[in-house]
Design a protein around this ligand. Sequence first.
Ligand code: IPE
Ligand code: IPE
Ligand code: MG
Length: 244
Amino acid sequence: MSNKHHIPEHVAIIMDGNGRWAKQHGKERYEGHIAGVESVRRAVESAAKYGVKWLTLYAFSTENWGRPTAEVNAIMELFCKSVVAESPSLIKQGVRVQIIGEKTHFSDSVLKMIDQIEQTTAEGKTLTLVLAFNYSSRRELMLATQAICERVAKGELRSEEVNEEVITNHLMTHSMPDPDLIVRTSGECRLSNFLLWQASYAEFYFPEVLWPDFDDAEFKKALDVYASRERRYGLVIEDKEAKC
Ligand code: IPE
Ligand code: IPE
Ligand code: MG
């Protein structure tokens, strides 16, 4: 049994390869990130077109602060510029934007843009675009654990009541379904601290294409790969055709 006619409800993408793309084209790394914004625009359009309801994009990890200052600054500036430039089109397409990640280390102008994009797109019904920005899955789990411990200490919760649902509800992704499909571009096969809890039963796909070259045809290919997978969730799936 395959997922043939199933479109994943939630696609999450680790957008990797901007630097290598820039190198291939004799450009600076920041130019790779600029080219990557085009791919974000295309991916949003593709997700909406194919009926994906949630699209999570890993835009900046907590570890990425360790990159050269000039590159980090270029990424922050690009984020602010993109919010201004893309807002009208996102609103028009019915895209709701939500940011996951810690609101630390950011400049006031970036914080303002995060607020602005979340507020102006809040009514979007077509697709939710989740941007993981200053995100670390381990820190997300650590913060959730601290919050749960506090509730137990206050007597609001008993320790034996801490179940999977309680943990899920304390994550930054608490209002979101788990990803069905996780794509990482550029051929790297690792999660790099992305959605560790949420990825428990996700399907994985690692295309070679660098993120700036990821287009509608690549998005479709990812959906086709997903459709060919059999999700078993630890169960035995009976072969219906063989039984007939
Ligand atoms: C992904 O592209 C973008 C971010 C991590 C911000 P990279 O910048 O990691 O590109 P490569 O991996 O160096 O090619
Ligand atoms: C992961 O890519 C983070 C983002 C795509 C935002 P990296 O390029 O930072 O990951 P590593 O260093 O190759 O694991
Ligand atoms: Mg990379």
